[in-house]
Write a protein of this length. Structure first.
Length: 152
């Protein structure tokens, strides 16, 4: 697993903290990102009073005594945003595991494409089953690499 593959879930979570749905966009899950953004808007319309946004849009500094009250009113939005961050993180973990599995399968397939008899004039490609000249290192029909056992 590459360093970037290990980093993807964390980067998706950090981007999701910045803007709800951004982590899902980074993971190329467009519908899921749209779902979280729409869910955030729906929750804010249904459960958060419009007056709760006034201190945030006024541009003035919120005194500590009012900050707790404003934060309490915004809890539904924060809960949805946090759930979106967790979803992006675990989705990134699943994608990283799937990439690692695909990489392992590809490595196994590459090692299976070997020449069995180095003295034969032709070999059979393990991928497409066609006869291939033993002098070349790949199948010219399907481009599967053919490893020579003498090279190992």
């Amino acid at each position: 697993m590459s360093a970037l593959t290990k980093l993807r879930p964390w980067l998706a979570a950090i981007l999701g903290l910045v803007i709800t749905g951004l982590g899902h966009l980074y993971l190329r899950r467009w519908r899921r990102a749209a779902f979280w953004v729409l869910l955030t808007f729906a929750v804010s319309a249904l459960f958060v009073p419009a007056e709760a946004f006034d201190p945030l849009t006024g541009g003035a500094v919120i005194p500590p005594s009012e900050f707790a009250a404003v934060l309490r009113e915004l809890v539904p939005i924060l809960v949805v945003s946090f759930a979106s961050v967790l979803d992006a993180f675990f989705l990134g973990l699943r994608q990283a595991a799937a990439r690692a599995d695909r990489s392992a399968v590809e490595d196994a397939e590459e090692s299976a494409a070997t020449v069995t008899d180095p003295d034969a004039a032709t070999v059979t490609c393990p991928e497409c089953g066609r006869e291939v000249d033993a002098d070349i290192d790949f199948c010219h029909w399907c481009t599967t690499p053919l490893d020579d056992p003498a090279d190992r």
